[in-house]
Design a binder for this molecule. Structure first.
Ligand SMILES: Cc1cc2nc3c(=O)[nH]c(=O)nc-3n(C[C@H](O)[C@H](O)[C@H](O)COP(=O)(O)OP(=O)(O)OC[C@H]3O[C@@H](n4cnc5c(N)ncnc54)[C@H](O)[C@@H]3O)c2cc1C
Length: 386
């Protein structure tokens, strides 16, 4: 059966996120972007509304929204509000997913409860990327040496969302470089432990409200009880995490594209040139038609990937298709929105140039556009219906 109608709960949660994005996130977006500062008061309000940890089970203090489709609905709205602010929130999802997938009950109780602490905003970060291992994530060289009941971690992570503002890090390291992906192991690391140090904040093209920095690990003693899963399971934990979170990035890309499209559509109906609204010129009207169609197609791919995940069916190819396509749509639609606004679109006084800058990251983080296509192409089988 195929149905596109949402449940009452899905509509309620989407509307809650939509209201919050419209009334709270969007009005703060331009300044957070301009100042390149994390807007803590917005995060605090998001936390009070349950939008920071809505995906964490109620048993640990979260909102208990397990459905990935429902989460995609929420993510589209948050990214519509501001992709930078939504990326900070996304960092909580990205870091808690490996704990949810592979954590012991004790680890979940300790760390998920901490992320849900109602008294304060507690952020998490997911630290996989290194200077010499980006797309080739299996090539990480951060080392984890077992010493009795603990591991000693040494290494350097780069481009980590929330590094420096997170309390909890999920860090990927290798117990044996010679074993390649089979040696990668995941650990939960706390920010205050000796040897854990975040580097300076990166200056970025877009998503400037978010905080991206490097993370240094120097002789960090991690108790063995903080290892996630078994030794050598880390790469699989990271990939299983991405199968889930890529769908949310896709939803976010739809949100950015929708923001730009809605703005351009209104503008095209108001802007008069040659005596009529520019929306009446076929060149502009067709551009808007293309934008609307692409956004719908991207959303449908996203919903399918989320639905498959909800049914616990394989969805790695479909999540990559959704992420690759939606990210490209976000880039195309935001670029076209700037075009529709002409010179005004290029000015920082109007919001569309921000959306164009923000859209670019969707083709880069959590696996580049090329890596998504690599994942898809490896799963295409001759003779198999698509
Ligand atoms: C703002 C921001 C936030 C981020 N947040 C996080 C985070 O929270 N945690 C984390 O661990 N990482 C994070 N990253 C890192 C991000 O996931 C990597 O930047 C990304 O995976 C690409 O790695 P790279 O930058 O090293 O590029 P490279 O891997 O060096 O790629 C360079 C180019 O080569 C292409 N390429 C590489 N290999 C292939 C191939 N086999 N076939 C075809 N093309 C290929 C790529 O597609 C790309 O176009 C973040 C990055 C940014 C910019």
């Amino acid at each position: 059966m195929i149905a596109f109608d949402l449940t009452d709960e899905q509509r309620e949660l989407r509307d809650l996120a939509r209201r919050f994005a419209r009334e709270t996130i969007r009005p703060a977006a331009a300044e957070a972007d301009e100042q390149e500062e994390v807007p803590w008061e917005i995060l605090q309000q998001a936390h009070q509304m349950g939008l920071l940890t809505y995906h964490i089970p109620e048993a640990y203090g979260g909102g208990g929204v397990e459905s990935r489709l429902t989460r995609a609905l929420i993510d589209e709205e948050l990214f519509w509000g501001c992709a930078g602010i939504a990326t900070i929130i996304g960092g909580v999802g990205l870091s808690s997913t490996p704990i949810l997938l592979a954590g012991s009950e004790a680890q979940k109780e300790k760390y998920l409860t901490r992320l849900c602490d109602p008294a304060k905003v507690t952020l998490g970060a997911f630290a996989l990327t290194e200077p010499s291992a980006g797309s080739d994530a299996a090539g990480i060289i951060t080392q984890a040496h077992r010493q009795g009941s603990k591991y000693i971690l040494n290494g350097y992570k780069t481009f980590i969302t929330n590094a420096g503002i997170a309390d909890i890090y999920v860090v990927f390291a290798t117990v044996d470089i010679a074993r390649g992906a089979e040696g990668i192991t995941a650990f939960i690391v706390e920010k205050d432990w000796p040897g854990v140090q975040a580097g300076k904040k990166e200056k970025k093209l877009g998503i400037r409200a978010s905080h991206t920095a490097s993370l240094m690990l120097q002789d960090v003693e991690v108790p063995a009880e903080n290892r996630l899963g078994e030794e050598g399971e880390g790469f699989s934990i990271a990939m299983r995490t991405f199968d889930i979170t890529r769908t949310h990035i896709a939803a976010g890309a739809v949100g950015i594209a929708r923001a730009a499209y809605e703005y351009a559509l209104s503008y095209a109906h108001e802007r008069i040139q040659f005596g009529k609204p520019i929306a009446r010129f076929q060149a502009i009207a067709f551009m808007l038609a293309e934008m609307a169609t692409q956004i719908d197609a991207a959303r449908l791919l996203t919903w399918r990937a989320a639905w498959l995940s909800d049914q616990e069916l394989p969805c790695s190819k479909e999540a990559s298709m959704a992420k690759a396509y939606a990210a490209d749509v976000a880039m195309q639609v935001t670029t076209d929105a700037v075009q529709i606004l002409g010179g005004y679109g290029y000015m920082r006084e109007y919001p569309v140039e921000k959306w164009m800058r923000d859209a670019k990251i969707m083709q880069i983080y959590e696996g580049t556009a090329q890596i998504q296509r690599l994942i898809i192409s490896r799963q295409l089988k001759p003779g198999e219906a698509s």
